[in-house]
Design a binder for this molecule. Structure first.
Ligand SMILES: [Zn+2]
Length: 592
């Protein structure tokens, strides 16, 4: 290509919506919204910030980043190589840019995600930076504005990236308690762990026109259900229709809407403080006008997939340790005891409580009051089954939003009654279905995670079988997290990870090794506090002995928690989930 041709190419760009050839300067003046069809092109974080904040007000936040390859992850490329490439191509240190600024004169702390950087994935550094931004908002007593764009949690950081959902959520909980406004702006696309935490557990959720948001991606849902998806599925207008967002906003109106919302809450704060509100004037119009855009413009979601052939994983195992893939198969063994089995063998006097009080009772979650060695507890767990008929009736232990909301109701009830909560986690993941998305799966999980970070009663979680991503975490933000020896706990299923990072799902065994999803690995990483050993025949081979051991471990871990005052419990729980991004902080100097 000649230099002139290259220059010509930089001057023009083709609209992803209507394929019109557009003059780049004109497109930029129009906020990267196509003047022909209204397609909202994706924005990088720096450009988004430029569009939203008052000129000259931007103050970038700290550059200090934590460890970036916490599990030495290798797929077809070592993870550090992917990071280096993402940094080089975006000029950013990570998938989020954080700052303080003013918007229409209102001071805010902002975190803006950038999808170009590894699909905007949520890793330890991203979680840490957003958490610090929320903490800055708390210190400054300003609102927090989050602009999301993400394929979900970052697979290359394993369960530690899953923990970031809790870390950021508890920072949002602290802002709730302080009466400070939190706003998320969903941009295209927002999926997975980001959707199921800080994208939806904020006070207000705005969706930019054309944005899509959901817990499970459309490809996964199509694969699982084998059905075509409804027209406009998971688009901003779909989300509005299903009550999941406060409004759909055109990009040209976004700043104005934020100013209006920030002004409203500022009035509230001033009124409480006894001062008359200071009128704030939006600076003279700096926005280009644009024809109305009602088109839902859809592009494929998710982080870019690698397509090179696969070497074996970088994970290594000592000979004494079972291969991670064998552990995955053990964890899924159909004869493995279920939550109802443990309620019978470990606990006494279980009384099941049903219903979310909103219209459903999910069979994949069971919960109720029971006794553990004579003490009353609230037990909540995923329920699978042993036969195909049972599994189907229980949706394979994949909870729907109604299941998560039932769990939420029982957690809150337990706190009111002063009952400790014991959760038993055994799920491949939350229900990847059309109706689950319509009913707000992401927000249901997000609310559970946030609520658990502040629940004023002891919470003890046990991963008994499969701990599958956000669906598992929705029951596993706890004071103590135990894990049966042959259970697994992971940010994504090995098959799902293999399908994205390796050529296909047959690389699941390698993915299982790379993800560090076994109990000993997670204990080393601090995600799990204690491994409960299984008998030599494993849980499915000797359920009675397994129950005996589980009961002993539950008592040993629960009894000390009963003496801790609730406020102290919550403080310690928050410290537990705050440390995942910070344990091995390094300075970013030199990464750019
Ligand atoms: Zn267009």
């Amino acid at each position: 290509m000649t230099a002139i041709a290259r220059r010509e190419e930089q001057l023009w760009s083709r609209c992803a919506g209507c394929a019109s050839l557009l003059y780049r300067k004109r497109l930029r003046r129009n906020l990267d919204v196509c003047p022909e069809c209204g397609e909202h092109a994706r924005l990088g974080a720096p450009e988004r910030l430029r569009q939203l904040v008052d000129p000259g007000s931007l103050r970038p936040l700290s550059d200090l980043l934590p460890e970036t390859d916490p599990i030495d992850f290798v797929d077809v490329l070592p993870y550090p190589h992917r990071l280096t490439a993402a940094r080089a191509s975006t000029g950013l240190a990570e998938a989020v840019v954080c700052a303080t600024a003013t918007i229409g004169g209102h001071p805010v702390a902002l975190a803006v995600m950038d999808f170009r950087f590894l699909g905007g994935s949520l890793g330890c550094a991203v979680g840490e930076l957003i958490t610090r931004t929320a903490e800055r908002a708390l210190d400054d007593r300003t609102p927090l504005v989050l602009v999301t764009a993400s394929g979900g949690a970052r697979m290359q950081e394993g369960a530690l990236s899953l923990m970031q959902m809790a870390t950021v959520s508890q920072a949002i909980a602290a802002l709730r308690e302080a009466g400070l406004l939190t706003v998320s702006v969903l941009t295209d696309p927002t999926y997975g762990g980001v959707a199921a935490s800080f994208a939806t557990n904020t006070d207000l959720v705005l969706a930019e026109s054309g944005a899509r948001m959901g817990f499970a991606g459309p490809r996964v849902i199509r694969q699982v259900t084998g059905r075509a998806l409804p027209e406009g599925f998971q688009t901003a207008d779909f989300l509005l229709r299903h009550g999941q967002v406060d409004m759909v906003v055109q990009r040209r109106s976004l700043r104005g809407r934020l100013v209006a919302l920030l002004a409203a809450t500022r009035v509230g704060r001033s009124a409480r403080a006894g001062h008359p509100p200071v009128p704030r004037q939006e600076p003279a119009s700096r926005r280009e006008r644009l024809a109305d855009d009602d088109a839902a413009l859809v592009r494929p979601a998710g982080p870019a997939a690698a397509v090179a052939p696969s070497p074996t994983s970088g994970a290594s195992q000592t000979p004494a340790v079972r291969d991670a893939w064998d552990t995955v198969r053990m964890a899924r063994h159909p004869a493995r005891p279920t939550t109802l089995d443990y309620l019978d063998s470990v606990f006494d006097g279980f009384v099941e409580l049903h219903g979310d009080r909103l219209g459903g009772d999910c069979p994949a979650i069971v919960g109720g009051v029971a006794r553990l060695a004579g003490r009353h507890v609230m037990v909540i767990g995923h329920q699978k089954g042993h036969s195909t008929a049972e599994l189907v009736a229980r949706n394979f232990g994949m909870a729907s939003p109604a299941g998560h909301r039932k769990a939420l109701r029982l957690m809150r009830l337990a706190a009111r009654l002063g009952l400790p909560v014991v959760t038993l986690v055994d799920t491949p993941g939350a229900d990847p279905g059309v109706s689950a998305e319509e009913q707000g799966q992401a927000a249901a999980i997000a609310e559970n995670i946030l609520t658990l970070t502040v629940l004023p009663t002891p919470v003890l979680a046990v991963i008994t079988g499969e701990g599958g991503s956000g669906g598992a975490l929705a029951l596993a933000v706890a004071d103590r997290v135990l894990m049966l020896e042959n259970a697994v706990y992971s940010v994504i299923s090995p098959e799902g990870c293999a399908a994205i990072l390796w050529p296909d799902r047959s690389a699941a065994p390698q993915a299982a090794r790379a993800l560090r999803l076994t109990a000993p690995d997670l204990c080393r990483l601090g995600v799990v506090d204690e491994v409960v050993p299984e008998p030599s025949a494993a849980a499915h081979g000797d359920p009675a002995e397994t129950a005996h051991r589980l009961r002993a471990a539950l008592l040993a871990n629960l009894l000390p928690l009963l003496d801790v005052p609730p406020a102290m419990l919550v403080r310690l729980r928050r410290q537990r989930f705050r440390r995942f991004g910070t344990t091995r902080g390094i300075n970013r100097a030199g990464v750019r």
